[in-house]
Design a protein around this ligand. Structure first.
Ligand SMILES: Cc1cc2nc3c(=O)[nH]c(=O)nc-3n(C[C@H](O)[C@H](O)[C@H](O)COP(=O)(O)OP(=O)(O)OC[C@H]3O[C@@H](n4cnc5c(N)ncnc54)[C@H](O)[C@@H]3O)c2cc1C
Length: 469
């Protein structure tokens, strides 16, 4: 008979500390025993609950075993059985971008949409060292003051508090503080600490050492290799130098962009050219059998009507909560999108996409919320942009700490590769009426392009509110 045993679950660290305090004897509470027991499964036939007991009985021995298996033998996935939760308080929006670029983790972040923001922000050490601390502080205080003014003006124009706050925050810089809850396993944590420790941002490096200080005493055997190697610290500079050399022989394309239509530009660069028939053939292959290419030939032969019938059979009983089948992952698209920092903050949360991005670039212009333009307040944002650009020039446009001055309205280029299954997921959430207008319009444009290249299989793209249609 099958047996399922609850072997562990995460509990608030303060509760655990209270339990340890009130309990008799020495308690070494650690998730390492779970990792060690699971590591032994592959070579020890005893039931896993017994292996857990053995691991708990001698934690020091268990730690040595973990080190040997995880790092000696390279069985790294074992570290994924140990999970941590972190409260991250007073982290700048810029550092949150660095942090959340790690996809194998769960984040829940203070929303700048739903919460009216106080003037809580970071003065980064890099700016102090450059002798620009006071100028930066004056600028950020100015942004927060104008945020309040714009928010109140939008409200007095009849816009409700939530929507007014949602748009007024385009005035705020990336030095503004956020907070988040983060959950991740020891393997992801180790990698995150390594990457943050190699970051050009002092704030990120400090976060790395705080994460390490908090987690290492709990699971020392699973957190070992976090010192950045030259691969992590020098790769960026090496690449840059090589590109400079190459550009001395082959001049680079003109970096000045053509005028970019507001609020963004969405370009579909590449896609699976036979996406519809590929996805449908992958679905049919399971039933028909035989090689993929023969099934795809058959799908091509049944004509559009036949392909539509098949698509309808697949989607007819789908509800708003259902994901499209995995076979939709065989249709792949690459987009280049110019988006605001506000949109990027939301977009990057879609962990199943492959995204890379350029630094924020003031030459790409600003995303100005329509409510701000309608209220004749766009000059407020333009003034902030002028001040930010002046400060950025003083600090150096390419200095890694310069982006603290860019606002939620500033824009960057983002390269996105995703499959049609993730596109469906994103479209359901982000094209819904509850979604924020910036990302909603952006994802709407992506969906429109997806429908052109996958006319059958992308047919059901749209927000949750559109689903009944
Ligand atoms: C209207 C709206 C308001 C929001 N407000 C906030 C907010 O206030 N604060 C905030 O932090 N975020 C907010 N979000 C972001 C939201 O919580 C998600 O992070 C974001 O929409 C990405 O969705 P996802 O995690 O489902 O997508 P992806 O990361 O792209 O994942 C796709 C799917 O893969 C699966 N998946 C991925 N990773 C995991 C995992 N680790 N465990 C289990 N399944 C996984 C899930 O099925 C998921 O739906 C909001 C989103 C919307 C649409």
């Amino acid at each position: 008979m099958s047996k399922v045993i609850l072997a562990g679950y995460n509990v608030d660290a303060e509760v655990l500390a209270d339990i340890v305090k009130s309990a008799e004897g020495d308690w070494d509470l650690t998730p390492e025993t779970l990792s060690a027991a699971y590591a032994r499964i592959s070579r020890d036939a005893r039931p896993v609950d017994e292996l857990r007991q053995i691991a708990r009985a001698d934690v020091a021995k268990t730690r040595r075993q973990n080190e040997r298996i995880v790092f000696g033998l390279g069985h790294h996935s074992v570290a994924e059985h140990a999970v941590f939760n972190f409260d991250l308080i007073n982290i700048s929006r810029l550092a949150i971008e660095y942090l959340e670029s790690h996809r194998l983790a769960s984040y829940t972040e203070k929303s700048q949409r739903y919460i009216r923001l106080d003037s809580d922000f970071l003065i980064p050490e890099e700016w102090q060292q450059a002798g620009l601390k006071d100028e930066l502080k004056d600028f950020i205080l100015y942004c927060f003051e104008r945020y309040e003014v714009v928010l109140e003006k939008l409200k007095s124009n009849g816009i409700d508090e939530k929507l007014a706050g949602e748009d007024a925050r385009y005035m705020l810089p990336l030095a503004a503080f956020g907070q988040l809850g983060m959950t991740l396993n020891a393997r992801s944590l180790e990698y995150m600490i390594l990457r943050l420790a190699a970051s050009p941002l002092k704030e990120s490096r400090e976060i790395a050492s705080k994460l390490l200080d908090a987690a290492r005493p709990i699971a020392p055997s699973l957190l070992r290799y976090m010192d950045p190697t030259p691969y992590h610290t020098e790769r960026f500079e090496d690449t840059h130098n090589t590109l400079n050399q190459l550009m001395s022989h082959h001049p680079a394309p003109d970096p000045v962009p053509a005028p970019v239509p507001a609020p963004y530009e969405v370009a579909l660069l590449d896609f699976t050219t036979d996406g519809d028939s590929r996805i449908l053939a992958a679905l049919a292959q399971h039933f028909i059998g035989g090689s993929f290419s023969k099934v795809q030939d058959w799908i091509d032969a049944i004509g559009n009507e036949g392909r539509l019938q098949l698509f309808n059979a697949i989607t007819r009983k789908m509800s708003i909560h259902d994901a499209v089948p995995r076979e939709f992952e065989h249709g792949i698209m690459t987009f280049e999108v110019i988006m605001s920092a506000a949109a990027f903050a939301q977009f990057k949360r879609h962990r199943m996409t492959s995204i890379t991005w350029n630094p924020y670039d003031p030459d790409l212009g600003l995303t100005v919320p329509k409510a701000i333009t309608d209220a004749g307040l766009q000059d407020e944002l333009l003034l902030i942009n002028n001040k930010a650009t002046k400060l950025a020039n003083k600090m150096g446009m390419k200095h890694p700490a310069t982006p603290y001055v860019w606002t939620n309205a500033h824009r960057r280029r983002v390269l996105i590769t995703l499959n049609l299954r993730e596109m469906y997921h994103m479209s359901r959430l982000r094209e819904d009426e509850s979604a924020q207008w910036d990302i909603r319009q952006l994802v709407g444009q992506m969906s429109e392009l997806a429908r052109q290249v996958f006319p059958i299989c992308a047919g059901f793209l749209g927000g949750k509110d559109q689903f009944p249609k």
